[in-house]
Design a protein around this ligand. Sequence first.
Ligand code: PBG
Length: 334
Amino acid sequence: MKPYFRPRRLRENPILRRMVRETRLSVDQLIYPIFVREGKGIREEISSMPGQFRFSPDMLMEELRSVQELSIPAVILFGIPAQEKKDPMGSAGYARDGVVCQALKLAKKNVPDVLLIADVCLCEYTDHGHCGIVREGPETGQGTIQNDETLEILAQTALVYAEAGAHVIAPSDMMDGRVGAIRETLDEQQFEHVPILSYAAKYASAFYGPFREAVESAPKFGDRKSYQMDPANSREALKEVELDLDEGADIVMVKPALPYLDVIFQVRQLSTVPVAAYQVSGEYSSLCAAFAQNWLDREATLVESLLAIRRAGADLLVTYFAKEAAQLMKRGEF
Ligand code: PBG
């Protein structure tokens, strides 16, 4: 029997293949995450994330210039304060001379063509490593995370980052109502033009392991399941996105990315705003480990992983592969 339908006709010729490709990667979609550590002259590789570094603010400028040269439009900054500055309130996060503020001010002056996104969360700055204020529960004697008290600190942190020059504020804590709280504070202080990129659907994922080593933010007790989402849920992700949109989020993000493509797809259907996806540390590191063993082809696999996230519906990609992907694009590899 000769087949009547032959989808292979469109796959035979590479030129035609290129023409009918449904999803494209562009450097314009990339956001590069960078870790900024308090101090001077620091550029240290993160052992669990080969090829990724912690930079002190002075050393960060060179890195940002290479980002700019590759035409990557944006970075998202994570701060690592000196260990002795961590406290129960995470006050090093909203200190006006804190490490992220130092980096923002320097970057704004020296590398004006890179869009600066500031991650807002407490976990890198609290001594207990949680993303919110902790109080002992009356019955259990165990620490519980205080939602509403945390909102004030998040809003203050966002304000301080906006004052220091952040172009976009990205809250990643998963407290209820934080987008609204941050929006209100920014608007009151004449930062109504600063957009909020909300980590709207952020899961309590084991894929954050290497990041927590990178920023030394692993919680000292318990886990993050009382605020980050259960990996089993997707309807709940839509609820989170709806709430964040109601509170004024300008961009919504799903995180992690590759294990949550169905969530990205659904969020894309629901949202009229741009959707971002975060290919997190564990996704990066596990691929790198396989590349190191020659079990997976580096370039083909990393491109495929980014393409899959785009195909699911993400407009913007936060990825530790951003520089490498941009280099491949420059060489015209895809
Ligand atoms: C901070 C934060 C985390 C990540 C981004 N912001 C870690 C966490 O929630 O434990 C993870 C990023 C990554 O794994 O690459 N709340």
